[in-house]
Design a binder for this molecule. Structure first.
Ligand SMILES: C[S@@+](CC[C@H](N)C(=O)[O-])C[C@H]1O[C@@H](n2cnc3c(N)ncnc32)[C@H](O)[C@@H]1O
Ligand SMILES: Nc1nc2[nH]cc(C(=O)O)c2c(=O)[nH]1
Ligand code: SF4
Ligand SMILES: [Mg+2]
Length: 236
């Protein structure tokens, strides 16, 4: 039987990012990641110094918590992390889907999984140069292939600067069929530090105006809605 490493389960909240923005959602945050992005906003689910806080849970136990949080009313569940793709979420997805719950997954596209095809929405978020990580595009393409059975697969790219912007255009050119979402990077990820909403608005303005001036009309450009509402608070 699979045991999952779970950093946190929370909600209902709203999906704050990308294609499903605004959608009522429960989050399952998996512990552990094969990347170390310089600006990761979820290091408590990445850095192994926090591993003692990650609970070993069976899919049944995660499913029981999701039912409790939603009071048994079917809702969208987002699998995030860390990188959920380093674990086997197939059994959890099967339990939830049988009860009418929908599943999305956020992953960087570094590990392909057969259960991607059981998702409603696969969100692939390849990492730009500012992250300090490098994308293996062959593996990323394997992730796109593994998600062929999903209802939809989208690409979501975090953009911090001009170099990331140019990179995002190249990433889109490699996978032009994936609907593309851009979000400005949040440079302040400490949950104790209040976010500077004006600075985030300025970043969103810069990204939006850059794409429009460039006549690049493919991407949808969105803020992180949960950060607008709750700042860097955890568990929302
Ligand atoms: C914490 S990651 C977990 C899932 C997966 N490891 C990934 O990166 O796609 C969830 C989403 O948050 C984004 N993200 C992480 N840190 C961010 C930051 N400082 N500003 C904006 N988005 C960020 C990631 O790019 C990803 O789309
Ligand atoms: N509300 C809310 N929306 C989100 N979208 C992506 C998130 C993530 O950390 O994966 C996230 C999150 O942590 N909270
Ligand atoms: S891939 Fe995702 S979870 Fe892993 S370090 Fe990067 S942003 Fe954080
Ligand atoms: Mg987040």
């Amino acid at each position: 039987m699979t045991t999952l490493r779970i950093a946190e389960i929370f909600g209902p909240t709203i999906q704050g990012e990308g294609a499903l923005i605004g959608e009522p959602t429960l989050f399952v945050r998996a512990g552990g990641c094969d990347y170390r992005c310089s600006w990761c906003d979820s290091m408590h689910a990445v850095d192994s110094v926090y591993r003692h806080d990650w609970a070993p849970m069976t899919p049944e136990a995660v499913w029981a918590e999701l039912r409790r949080l939603s009071e048994g009313r079917p809702v969208t569940v987002s699998l995030s992390g860390g990188n959920p793709a380093i674990q086997d979420f197939g059994p959890l997805i099967a339990l939830g889907r049988a009860a009418g719950y929908r599943f999305a997954c956020e992953t960087q596209g570094s590990v392909a999984r057969s259960w991607f095809s059981d998702l409603d929405t696969l969100v692939l978020s390849p990492k730009p140069p500012s992250s300090g990580e490098r994308v293996d595009w062959d593996t990323f393409t394997e992730c796109v292939e593994a998600g062929r059975g999903a209802r939809s697969t989208v690409m979501k790219i975090v953009v911090f600067d001009g170099t990331d912007y140019v990179w995002a255009k190249e990433a889109h050119a490699l996978h032009p069929d994936l609907p593309l979402y851009l979000q400005p990077g949040n440079p302040e990820v400490d949950p104790e530090t209040p976010v500077d909403l004006q600075a985030l608005a300025d970043r969103l303005g810069w990204l939006t105006e850059t794409a429009l001036a460039d006549r690049w009309f493919e991407p949808r450009i969105l803020p992180q809605l949960h950060v607008q509402i709750w700042g860097n608070r955890r568990g929302v």
